[in-house]
Ligand binder design. Structure first.
Ligand code: FAD
Length: 401
């Protein structure tokens, strides 16, 4: 089903791996560390290092250890083998470079709207189980639907629509609700014939009457039994696709069910092995996961065993708001963990191979921006402008709801 698209991705990977990049580095001349580098320092104080694609990460870390700071990264290609370029050229080149290296949406044909609301795919619920442990807050379930009777297929990071049965208060059929896909393209049964979701049952007190209100679609989904039929649309979404680059750094920031797309990424990176001959992840994945209590850590055992088995490639950082304290003594939310690691994250996001993904509660972005602003400010950089540039380069991805 994906043969032609993965072949393109594979060719692209080979091309990238043969490419060279020039790092412009400052700060090395001031700290006496130049003996560790075989490059002369210009009058401007800059050092130019030519780095092969597959050494970009290591070189970045070495420069950082030596106290240097990379101010630009420029690809050297056949047409333009010159090391020094004008600033405008550099930014154009940087943009082209990161575009070509990054989004799967540019290389793989992304399936969209195979099934629409007027003609949804009806699939059976195969499996459904609780994700919140004893003593946790609320209800959240993992559920898997059978796709074997149709043509519905998808990529990691996409969403599907669910149409709950029945009518709304105006007597019209319920509208669809979107849910992030929590499984890889191969599905939890590894046969390319299922799709899984991670759904939290919406429950709140009515602001006027104080009565308990249950969300229409999330309650319907959480109450499903194996064998029940479900109307599915989609897939949709290109914002949260994973890059094909096996050496990419993938920073993930999730709150609650925002873990869903990241479950798909992590399973693809660390669980599926031979199923993905064109994707052998060798990069670095870092998951920040914000939840209320330990029993609310969705997929906890699996995440932790994955981390233990891949200690060099996967880092896992929890913010458990009702159990851990932030430095001011208040609840530990995800933005406090981002603040704690902001300098490391700032180093990482400057690498054109780094993609940042945010998924979960609406509003979580502000705290992340605040933390990153402080780190960027130390280097005289306006974080909001920098983030906009990352967005243009398809390296900053947000899906909140
Ligand atoms: P509804 O019956 O539609 O009720 C929702 C409405 O209730 C709100 O619009 C608001 O008016 C009201 N309301 C909600 N909370 C309160 C409150 N505290 N006080 C007063 N009024 C309130 N959800 C998941 O569980 N998992 C996912 O993976 C997931 N992925 C998503 C991906 C995308 C791209 C988007 C857009 C949304 C995603 N959602 C996900 C959310 C999901 O689409 C639904 O919005 C959610 O399940 C609630 O739908 P519902 O039908 O149960 O609630």
């Amino acid at each position: 089903m994906y043969k032609s698209s993965t072949a393109v991705a594979c060719n692209n990977n080979i091309e990238y791996k043969n490419r060279l990049f020039v790092y412009e580095v400052v700060g090395l001349s001031q700290n006496g560390n130049t003996k560790n580098l075989n490059y002369s320092i210009r009058n401007s104080g800059s050092v130019y290092l030519t780095v092969p694609y597959n050494r970009m990460n290591q070189e970045m870390q070495r420069i950082s250890r030596l106290g240097g700071r990379i101010v630009s990264i420029t690809p050297v290609n056949k047409e333009n083998p010159v090391l020094e370029m004008s600033n405008s050229n550099q930014s154009e080149q940087q943009q082209q470079n990161s575009k070509s290296m990054t989004q799967a949406k540019e290389k793989v044909k992304v399936p969209v709207n195979i099934y629409r609301p007027k003609n949804p795919y009806v699939g059976k619920c195969l499996d459904i189980y609780d994700l919140v442990g004893e003593g946790g807050i609320g209800t959240c379930r993992h559920m898997t639907f059978d796709l074997s009777e149709g043509d519905l297929h998808y990529l990691e990071g996409q969403s599907i629509g669910i149409i709950p049965p029945g009518e709304d208060e105006n007597g019209k059929p319920h509208k669809l609700r979107l849910y992030s896909i929590a499984s890889t393209r191969h599905g939890d049964n590894l046969d390319d014939k299922t799709v899984s979701l991670c759904v939290r049952k919406l429950e709140y007190k009515h602001p006027e009457t104080g009565e308990l209100v249950e969300g229409v679609c999330s309650t319907y989904l959480c109450n499903l039994k194996p064998g029940d039929d479900v109307a599915i649309t989609g897939p949709v979404g290109k914002e949260m696709l994973l890059p094909d680059d096996e050496d990419a750094n993938i920073i993930m920031m999730a709150t609650g069910t925002g873990i869903a797309p990241f479950r798909a990424y992590l399973w693809r990176m660390f669980e599926e092995g031979d199923l993905n001959p064109d994707y052998n992840f060798k990069g670095f994945a870092w998951l920040f996961f914000g939840i209320a209590k330990t029993p609310n850590i969705l997929y906890k055992e699996k995440l932790e065993s994955m981390q233990q088995q891949n200690p060099d490639n996967f880092r896992l950082t929890y913010a458990i708001s009702r159990e851990q304290k932030n430095p001011e003594g208040g609840r530990m939310y995800i933005q406090h963990r981002i603040a704690e690691h902001a300098d490391e994250l700032w180093e990482l996001v400057q690498n054109p191979k780094t993609h940042t993904y945010i998924c979960g509660l609406k509003g979580m972005e502000d705290g992340i921006d605040e933390a990153m602003s402080k780190a960027a400010e130390k280097h005289g950089v306006d974080w909001i402008e920098y983030r906009k540039q990352m967005k243009k380069e398809h390296r900053w991805h947000v899906e909140t709801y």
